[in-house]
Design a protein around this ligand. Structure first.
Ligand code: CP
Ligand code: NVA
Length: 304
């Protein structure tokens, strides 16, 4: 049984396959064709944290493919009424795929361990693989080719940054990250990527302008992720020099794009000026969540 828990679960070739399926389905949808590649397949979604994009993109995508979906709310009692093992074993008797957004990464790992169906990580504290795949697909769509591009992350070394670092390493994109001191991605991740993706290029700095120099994409995310609300004020102070604003965008090439996984806190990590600029591709980027997750679902379930 294959799962998508982090991007270590997919090879470069498999990512390219997912992108090709996504592209095909996106083109067909634009022509009004919704190919039912997964008729009768059922997807259950579990959310321990809020979601707009992940929930709707998975639900709409599965409907386009001829399958069904079920968001399990609090009343299902995930993690409360019975053990995660019992819950998962029973659920996977009845559905073909489970999407989980959990507070702790270990929860998704546990679900995958007990499930007899496919499991997809819909965001944890450590990873957001579906987001990273959609982001890299969006970059490819915009620039035509990924290899040789430089990608700049400005802000927190968080779950999304971690998945993007891995995705960039797998697809030949140089990954540059600028964070305040104390918010870096861990050295173990870079050491592992060096080993598993020989030739991968990455750099880490505390200077935002250094990271965006020569970059094709400037990416940021909220300074306090879901679950870190208590640190909001401290982080606002620590990240003040890492706002993506007009001044920072001018330090990047003119044809660079601005990306954000959303939701954004306008006026904090990014200004209105940048969010609403001609360089911003945040809306089609969010839209691609659905197209790429359709690719992931077909890749995971279609070959059974
Ligand atoms: N980017 C993202 O995952 O958005 P949601 O939290 O709305 O799902
Ligand atoms: N880093 C953010 C991403 C939201 C999609 C969070 O975890 O809240």
């Amino acid at each position: 049984m294959r799962h998508l828990i982090t991007l270590t679960d997919v090879t470069t070739t498999e990512i390219e396959t997912i992108f090709a399926i996504s592209q095909d389905l996106k083109t067909k949808l634009a022509e009004g064709v919704r190919e039912p590649l997964l008729p009768g397949r059922m997807m259950a979604l579990l959310f321990e944290k809020p979601s707009l994009r992940t929930r709707v993109s998975f639900e709409s995508g599965m409907t386009h493919l001829g399958g069904g979906s079920l968001v399990l709310g609090d009343d299902a009692g995930f993690g409360k009424r019975e053990s995660i093992a019992d819950f998962t074993r029973v659920l996977s008797e009845m559905v073909d795929v489970i999407v989980v957004r959990s507070k702790k990464h270990q929860t998704v790992v546990d679900v995958a361990q007990y499930a007899s169906c496919a499991v997809i990580n819909g965001l944890t504290d450590l990873a957001h693989p579906c987001q990273a795949l959609a982001d890299l697909y969006t970059l490819k769509e915009h620039f035509g080719e990924l290899k040789g591009l430089k990608f700049a992350w400005v802000g927190d070394g968080n779950n999304v940054a971690r998945s993007l670092a891995r995705g960039c390493a797998k697809l030949g994109v140089e990954f540059a990250i600028a964070t305040p001191k104390g918010y870096e991605l861990d050295d173990e991740l870079f050491a592992e990527l060096k080993q598993t993706c020989p030739g991968a290029k990455f750099s880490a700095t505390h200077d935002a302008k250094t990271a965006v120099k020569g970059a094709a994409a400037i990416y940021t995310d909220v300074w306090a992720s879901m679950g870190q609300e208590a640190e909001q004020n401290q982080r606002k102070a620590d990240f003040a020099a890492y706002q993506v604003n007009g001044d920072l965008m001018r330090a990047a090439p003119k044809d660079a794009v601005f990306m954000h996984c959303l939701p954004a806190r306008r006026g904090e990590e990014v200004t209105d000026e940048v969010m609403d600029s001609h360089q911003s591709i945040v809306v089609p980027q969010a839209g691609n969540r659905m197209h790429v997750q359709k690719g992931i679902l077909v890749w995971l379930l279609g070959r059974a």
